[in-house]
Design a protein around this ligand. Structure first.
Ligand code: IMP
Ligand code: MG
Length: 173
């Protein structure tokens, strides 16, 4: 166990309060990056006391199951235009930054009024491109984590807490 349910909930509430202050009077669209940020988005949106909309984007990066290769592809694009709107990308974990780099480029081409990033987890030690989140839940060490939406080979997303995957479990797949 790395971060328990209560700690996650308190931090998500704090992030929601800050986002509420910052986006008052704006035209907020949350763009959840599937599938990992599903849980975080569901909790965070209920802590933002503003009118907002939610859209989804699914990206995949090639590579081994615990390391992304850098080649990123958009599997599912947004359902609605974001031109002129205030977009907040909601991500589960910022690791190398390669995925978010591509996603940001992809979204910027759609001409939003503003584009910012909230990530629940940040592993700055792993960064390969210069990306800094505008809001971040927790800075974590360089470990592969699962739970609260995060998977390893599509498993463990339903754990209510965030835990470190044991190397034996990672090898078993
Ligand atoms: P990046 O492109 O290396 O920043 O990787 C971002 C994506 O890799 C995230 O959206 C996750 O899907 C996945 N990822 C990175 N680190 C972890 C982890 O510790 N656990 C589960 N998924 C991770
Ligand atoms: Mg993933």
């Amino acid at each position: 166990m790395l971060i328990d349910e209560g700690t996650i909930a308190r931090r998500v509430a704090e992030l929601g309060e800050r986002i509420t202050e910052d986006y008052r009077g704006r035209d907020l669209v949350l763009v959840a990056i599937l599938k990992g940020s599903l849980t975080f988005t569901a909790d965070l949106m209920r802590r933002i006391a503003l009118p907002l909309s939610v859209d989804f984007l699914e990206a995949c990066s090639y590579g081994s199951s615990t390391d992304s290769s850098g080649a990123v592809r958009v599997l599912k694009d947004l359902a609605n235009p974001i031109e002129g709107r205030d977009v907040l990308i909601v991500e589960d974990v910022l690791d190398s930054g390669l995925t978010l780099n591509k996603v940001t480029e992809h979204l910027r081409a759609k001409s939003p009024a503003s584009l910012r990033l909230v990530t629940l987890l940040d592993k700055p030690a792993r960064r390969r491109v210069a990306i800094t989140p505008d809001y971040r839940g927790f800075e974590i060490p360089n470990e592969f984590v699962v739970g609260y939406g995060l998977d390893h080979a599509e498993r463990h997303r339903n754990l209510p807490f965030i835990g470190v995957l044991r190397p034996e479990a990672a090898n078993r797949g």
